[in-house]
Design a binder for this molecule. Structure first.
Ligand SMILES: Nc1ncnc2c1ncn2[C@@H]1O[C@H](COP(=O)(O)OP(=O)(O)O)[C@@H](O)[C@H]1O
Ligand SMILES: [Mg+2]
Length: 411
């Protein structure tokens, strides 16, 4: 059972179904319900206030959450008590994503480079921190949740930060993290049975427009992954392996993703996530020979045997964004989505639905087009040749995925 909506739930359920699993989705949000239904049964919160009775009745053997918000749900305790394997760390271990200052303290404890950072409760405190340090601070929520009052604002100068501090909702306070530049990369691993298993190194194209221009959108406009069990770029060695004692302390088992920025030749942790990610997840699962088995073994905290599918060394994901994106306050009518010629790579529909025979948009992110290949160039070419076959008025995509920020450390 996937806990989620949209392209994440659709891709996860469909890939596991392709591997022989029986799949369904518990819809955790009130949008993007149609696409997961293409893979299997879906259950809405309105009709099912809790997924627990369904898990019992359907004898669900694995739960895969899309985000960490399930741990805030009323039915969380019941789910944990049922003992169903969950593909996510639980309890204390979740704090590495949920609480940014906890992640900072962990890094300090294990001597992992982390940008200078401060928590402020209100605007006055935030402005005092800025005056005292005179650094460009990126503005973040102290507690990560899809419903946070603050979304990351990427400020690049102290004056940028000063402007934005006047424009925030301080209900949960603010986390100020020194801006370290643009040389970013990510790495995703599984932690199970006390060991760390590297899967991929990845890049996300987070800015809304080609050339890495515009705002950091709510979700990336594109992504790359490279199969990387030997940790070619050293991100796991520098930023994940030092955490091994803590992983064991809290019986961490599940995915771990680190986002990092390189400055002066040194990688620094920007944040940790405890998920395989909305963009990378669909590529990682397609790269694994037995994704269902690997996820289940991880959820059970077992030793892992990870095998990759030959010829799927690289993945490229390009998002088709609809009218108004990335300024999601702007919305349009439901408009048609037309597919010209048959597609020959994965297309994970997101905010679309059926209207009679037609496919129509229901929101801002229409689909992620995902291709895998033995080379990066082939994966990129295939994703673009497919996304060009989809037409929807007012839509756009970034035409430059893979042309910057790769290999890791490059601008
Ligand atoms: N301290 C920083 N220095 C440079 N870039 C940053 C920094 N913090 C965040 N960013 C940029 O903003 C993006 C989103 O920030 P992140 O901490 O990952 O928050 P979110 O929870 O929104 O994913 C990062 O992927 C990175 O591109
Ligand atoms: Mg992030």
């Amino acid at each position: 059972m996937v806990l989620g909506v949209g392209g994440f739930a659709y891709s996860t359920a469909q890939i596991l179904k392709d591997g022989g699993a029986c799949v369904c989705t518990y819809l955790t949000r009130d949008y993007a319900h149609y696409s997961p239904s293409l893979a299997g049964p879906v259950f809405s919160r309105e009709q099912h206030p809790s997924p627990c009775p369904i898990i019992r009745e359907e004898q669900i053997g694995l739960v895969i959450p899309m985000s960490i918000d399930w741990a805030q749900a009323r039915w969380k305790e019941e789910l944990l008590e049922m003992g169903v394997p969950i593909f996510s760390p639980t309890g204390e271990a979740m704090k590495i994503e949920r609480e940014r200052d906890f992640a900072r303290q962990l890094c300090q404890r294990f001597r992992i480079p982390f940008p200078r950072a401060h928590v402020a409760r209100n605007r006055l405190e935030a402005e005092e921190i800025l005056e005292a340090h005179q650094l460009p601070f990126v503005i973040k929520n102290p507690f990560c949740s899809p419903t946070s009052p603050i979304h990351t604002v990427l400020c690049e100068t102290p004056a940028d930060t000063r402007s934005w501090l006047r424009h925030l909702d301080y209900a949960e306070g603010v986390f100020l993290q020194e801006y370290l530049g643009r040389a970013e990369a990510g790495h995703i691993a599984l932690v199970s049975g006390g060991e760390i298993y590297s899967l991929v190194t990845n890049q996300e194209y987070k800015r809304a427009f080609a050339g890495n221009l515009g705002i950091v959108a709510g979700a990336p406009l594109g992504g790359l992954v490279e199969r990387d069990p030997t940790d070619k770029y050293g991100l796991a060695r520098e930023l994940l392996h030092p955490l091994r004692p803590w992983f064991r302390e809290v019986s961490y088992h599940g995915p771990i993703q680190v986002t990092a920025v390189q400055r002066s030749g040194q990688w620094h942790v920007i944040e940790y996530n405890i998920r395989i990610g909305v963009t990378s997840g669909a590529m990682i699962l397609r790269m694994l020979r037995n994704p269902g088995g690997v996820l289940l073994d991880t959820a059970r905290d077992r030793k892992l045997e990870i095998q990759f599918v030959e010829g799927r060394d690289f993945g490229c994901s390009v998002t088709l964004a609809g009218y108004g994106y990335p300024y999601v306050q702007i919305s349009g009518p439901r408009v048609p989505v037309e597919v010209a010629t048959p597609l020959d790579c994965d297309v994970w529909w997101n905010e679309v639905t059926r209207d009679g025979a037609a496919l129509v948009t229901t929101g801002h992110r229409i689909a992620d087009v995902v291709a895998l290949a033995h080379s990066l160039d082939k994966a990129i070419a295939k994703a673009y040749s497919n996304i060009r076959r989809i037409r929807s008025v007012g839509s756009y995509f970034r035409g430059d995925v893979g042309q910057s920020l790769w290999p890791p450390g490059t601008l």
